[in-house]
Design a protein around this ligand. Structure first.
Ligand code: SF4
Length: 744
């Protein structure tokens, strides 16, 4: 290390956070991490935003990125090849204009923004304007266009909830409408067969006006009404059916499209936990009533209601009898807590509500991950109330938990919908971008930086997905999840204007650099004072304490003119960066990455296996040293009648019991040999056939242990037993002994 090159003022700043002298400059407001340099003009890039929140609820799709909508349109209407090139370019220009409009604050449906963007894209060319304006007719979707701004998170979640709600409503309405029809049919049939149903007016309405002149309905009534009961339905049944019908027709959970018969329609979207809990509590008796009405209606519709059995059951039916299936039919509550109300008293019961299993989906938004700690001076609280909320909820179990950032929401749209549709509670803990006073960067960039830097990594936990962490926990789009920090190639021009490429890691310190409120944790080092004692923060964290004391950590940043700078970091921020990576390690363990239990078990197994192999090889060496002449079996196979030897065993009667030899010699269960020839194809001197054309070990010294193993593996009936190796110096013995195990 170039110790002489280390400047004292850099060390002082790192240790104390105080700049002394002119050797260090303040961090200017236009600085940003070097890896964000490429995103200076976001509207010119095609990425996930803006999104179109679809107006229609057909299918499970509720959001499309503008890029994917335009990509689909280009495929549909621009001819393939060179003749479509002009139209493709015009449509891409139009997409860019829409992106620019939305980034500038414009809002509205895609079809409303389209003509504005078409006019901008066409410039003075009326022909192009006409083509672009007419292209909107080929769009098969429409919806509100939203940029990745502060409002996005709540609206995106709300749209996902609505999409799931519409699907549940359609299912519920189909069931209830079917039951209402069935019960009405029962009442109608009973009326037709009753005295009231046989009155002239009732008969006339049943036949219709066409037959007014043909029939005498008064005479007909006198004829058919004789001996007809007043009401063929027993009073108790009629009362039961009418009561169920009344409940189903007026249920306030999912009104029909006309709202017919419904005096009250329940709202399920709230902005605080206390109101949602109270609504759920007061509505529970009504929910029980509707569940009962459905159950009674289903029994009555199929003629299965038995008063002796069912009356007592339904009399005692209350909220304690509700099953998960019952609750799943009804809407879930959606609570979107405004970010400034996270700590408000009305939301104090958040965890209680979730752990109680209430059917609620809660959105908690975070807009500031860098609050200063209440205790101590100028230290980062580092996510006490934000980054740890989701992990705390995960610890409660029994629910769906998602932690992510606004920048990652579109990519996670299917998981968002899954969370909205799961049974039981769900928590969405989402970072919506840094506050305006912290940064001029677009919300998308600060949100992406939080996720990338591990300050707010993305993950989901789904208690219903399985019984262990491997099935329940999932990292969602974190870059390089197996690493401490994500790595990217960064290209820049050096002082000689030569192109240089570096692998740069994006750390928590880089994320903090985006926040001007924390500029005092950084100091800019002029290029002529760069030294070899300066090391990137990620490398500095990997040093020993002694090495670290000799070096100064820095991050790479660019200014407003995209000039590259080294910015050194004070020790408080470095400590916060270290805490960040420790929390990341815990998450990695949940995701099965560098799991400490698994790694310890693996190390134990490996050590035991190595010790066993060492002992086996040692034993082999000792036995080989003791034997200086060919083994009895080898001698026998070479000189004596094979039938006398258990190893060679050519005579069927001598080997009938296929007993293994008493030594570590290789042997074959000759009587079971199917004469497939595989072993002799490997070495026909080592293996031979007896007079029954069944294999035996002809000469154990004519081949290697490897050939015996290969023959054992090739033998279709697995009757070759390799014994122990003769040559302790044969290459690859450890591996061969392992392969021999199944045949011992
Ligand atoms: S491979 Fe097995 S079955 Fe085939 S000839 Fe050799 S010992 Fe017999």
């Amino acid at each position: 290390m170039d110790m002489a090159a280390k400047f004292q003022d850099q060390t002082v700043f790192h240790m104390t956070g105080k700049r002394a002298g002119d050797g260090l400059a303040e961090l200017a407001a236009d600085f940003r991490p070097a890896l964000l340099a490429a995103y200076r003009d976001l509207p010119r890039l095609r990425y996930d935003y803006p999104v179109v929140l679809l107006a229609s609820d057909a299918g499970g799709e509720y959001a499309r990125s503008l890029s994917s909508v335009m990509g689909g349109l280009i495929t549909d209407i621009a001819p393939r090849g060179i003749e479509g090139e002009r139209l493709r370019k015009q449509l891409l220009r139009l997409e860019r204009e829409i992106r620019g409009l939305v980034a500038g604050g414009a809002t509205g449906l895609l079809t409303e923004l389209w003509p504005l963007a078409a006019d901008k894209a066409a410039g003075r060319d009326d022909n192009v304007r006409e083509i672009l304006r007419r292209a909107v007719e080929s769009l098969d979707i429409d919806g509100e266009v939203l940029d990745c701004d502060k409002a996005l998170t709540a609206r995106f979640l709300r749209r996902a909830w609505q999409n799931v709600h519409a699907e549940k409503a359609a299912r519920f309405r189909a069931l209830v409408d079917h039951l209402v029809r069935k019960l009405s049919d029962i009442l109608r049939a009973a009326f037709v067969h009753s005295q009231a149903g046989q009155q002239p007016e009732a008969l006339k309405s049943g036949f219709g006006s066409l037959h007014d002149d043909v029939f005498d309905f008064s005479a007909m009534s006198r004829l058919v009404a004789r001996n007809v009961p007043k009401d063929e339905l027993p009073a108790s049944r009629r009362q039961r059916i009418e009561s169920a019908l009344s409940v189903l027709r007026s249920q306030p959970f999912y009104p029909d499209s006309r709202g017919a018969g419904t005096e009250t329609v329940y709202e399920f979207i709230f902005s605080d936990c206390a109101t949602a809990i109270e609504a759920h509590r007061t509505r529970l008796p009504k929910l029980v009533e509707v569940v009962k009405a459905i159950a009674v209606a289903e029994l009555e519709a199929r003629g299965g209601y038995v008063e002796a059995d069912h009356d007592a059951f339904f009399e005692r039916y209350d909220e304690h009898a509700l099953t998960a299936d019952d609750l799943a039919q009804f809407p879930d509550y959606l609570v979107c807590i405004p970010p400034e109300r996270n700590d408000a008293p009305e939301n104090a019961a958040l965890m209680e509500m979730l752990s109680a299993g209430m059917p609620v989906k809660v959105l908690v938004q975070h807009t500031d991950l860098l609050e200063e700690a209440a205790i101590g001076q100028g230290h980062f609280a580092f996510g006490i109330r934000s980054a740890r909320l989701a992990t705390t909820a995960m610890g409660l179990g029994g629910m769906f938990v998602m932690q992510s950032t606004a920048s990652n929401l579109y990519a996670l749209r299917d998981r968002v919908r899954h969370g909205m549709s799961c049974r039981g509670p769900a928590l969405f803990s989402l970072f919506s971008g840094s506050p305006a006073e912290a940064s001029d960067l677009p919300t998308y960039l600060t949100a992406a930086a939080a996720m990338k830097s591990r300050a707010f990594p993305a993950f989901t936990y789904d208690a219903n997905a399985g019984s262990n962490w491997a099935t329940r926990f999932s990292f969602e789009n974190n870059r390089n999840p197996e690493e401490d920090w994500p790595v990217e190639d960064f290209e820049f021009a050096d002082e000689d204007l030569q192109r240089v490429q570096e692998r740069v890691r994006f750390t928590y310190a880089d994320f903090v650099l985006c926040d001007r409120r924390h500029a005092h944790h950084f100091a800019v080092v002029p290029r002529d004072r760069w030294t070899s004692a300066m090391v990137p923060v990620a490398d500095w964290l990997a040093l020993t304490e002694r090495q670290a004391a000799e070096r100064i950590p820095y991050v790479l940043a660019v200014d407003g003119s995209n000039r590259l700078h080294r910015v050194i970091v004070d020790s408080r921020l470095v400590q916060a960066t270290r805490r960040c990576v420790l929390l990341w390690h815990r998450l990695q363990e949940h995701g099965g990455i560098h799991n400490s239990h698994a790694e310890q078990a693996l190390a134990r197994e490996k050590a035991a296996w190595e010790e066993q192999k060492r002992q086996e090889i040692e034993a082999l060496k000792q036995s080989a040293a003791a034997v200086t002449t060919p083994s009895a079996a080898n001698a026998a196979s070479a000189t004596a009648e094979p039938a006398a030897q258990p190893v060679a065993a050519p005579a069927a009667e001598a080997v009938a019991e296929v007993a293994p030899p008493p030594s570590d010699e290789p042997w074959i269960e000759t009587t079971r040999c199917s004469s497939c020839n595989e072993c002799q194809n490997i070495n026909d001197k080592l293996f031979g056939y007896n007079e029954n054309k069944q294999a035996y070990i002809k000469d154990v010294n004519a081949g290697t242990y490897r050939q015996i193993i290969e023959a054992a593996e090739a033998c279709q009936v697995a009757i070759i037993h390799p014994g122990k190796p003769k040559n302790p110096n044969e290459p690859g013995l450890e591996e061969l002994l392992e392969r021999a195990k199944p045949f011992m």
